[in-house]
Design a binder for this molecule. Sequence first.
Ligand code: ADP
Length: 407
Amino acid sequence: MTSPVEIRGEPRFRLLFERAPVAIWDEDFSGVKDFLDDLFFSGVIDIRRHLQSNPDLVGDAIRRVQVRHVNRIAREFYGADSEEDLIRALPSLFDATALQVFTDEIVALAEGATTFTAELLAITLTGERRLVQMNVSLLLAEADDWSQVVVTFTDLTERKRLEQSLELANEKLRRVNADLEQFAFAAAHDLTEPLRTISLYAQLLQKFQTERLGPAADTALASILQNTSRMRTLVGDLLTYAQMAEPADLSRCPGVDANTIAREVLLGIAGAIEEAGASVDVSCALPAVAIQAGHLRQLLQNLLVNAIKYRSPDRAVEVRLTASQSSGEAVFCVSDNGIGIGPDYQNRIFGIFNRLHGIEIEGSGIGLALCKKIIEQYNGRLWVESEEGSGSKFYFAIPSPAYIQPR
Ligand code: ADP
């Protein structure tokens, strides 16, 4: 059995250079250095300004770059048959926009940088324009003659194309969402007026005409009024959902004290708590959260009201609100000992108008959808853990920016 041949020294490095999986240019910039030295000696201090007012000089400087070798990937990238073909075609490989990049590169090196990175448009020998990331490194910065420079190119064209199509798709999605919200808002708004009229005339008939119309009509009118009232709640909730505006700038969202908000919410739902005879236990140290106060209020109110509303008839209602701060997010939990939710329904309840109950329990099926919409605006998470018959735990997590310190 023959042992593998070990390649050492210069041939080994030639092989590494040639077979490297990125486009590499082995170059000599000493001509550029001489060019800059001449400028300094002639009294030019502000190189950038000088080059900007004499753009031809950038071309002169770049023409002084000597390309020693290019590797296989560089030749393939440009569609060149040989190293000589590629080096010969060099002046036509960049378009006018590259001039600014070369200016920046020369200025950076003149100011003492030993590396330089930029994106630029490269033109292949077949005329194709491709976006590349160029990295320039002086290999022997200490020797200071700029004769050993390695330049690498990474083709960004495909990645940029994907990024752009993703951005386009996102933009389209944003527009469709905005249209849908606008539609929901207009529809809900336009429904309000006819509803009010129906309910007004039903009330008038109920008040003045029941004797003439008889008991059957009385029942029908009561049903009309009950349903218009329910529809008014639905339309109102739909309006709130459609109007839920995104916070202007998430990065500047001030931290709100969840304790204050929780106290306000409890005051607001005191009637419902009392009516259900519920005990609501709120953890004494809720964290600060990077969220608009109104949004946190809505989240806590919807979850606490649900925890009371979906109570079990068999036991006293016990609700708890707790929160913790961990690994860059604040996590809140509203737990109850209510009727719970079966595993098949635990995802469905977050969709708009999705309810597991009829009119025997009041509601529009929008509360959790609204919570989800709020949470998504903050890139947070909302989920439920529940066992049918034993109660539920609703969690939501809001990312904490660095300025919010854990307690
Ligand atoms: P609504 O309460 O108006 O019906 P929500 O969107 O708040 O609408 O809730 C959707 C559904 O999720 C409810 O109809 C109910 O079936 C279920 N649900 C929500 N919270 C609870 C809870 N704490 N316990 C049991 N079921 C719940």
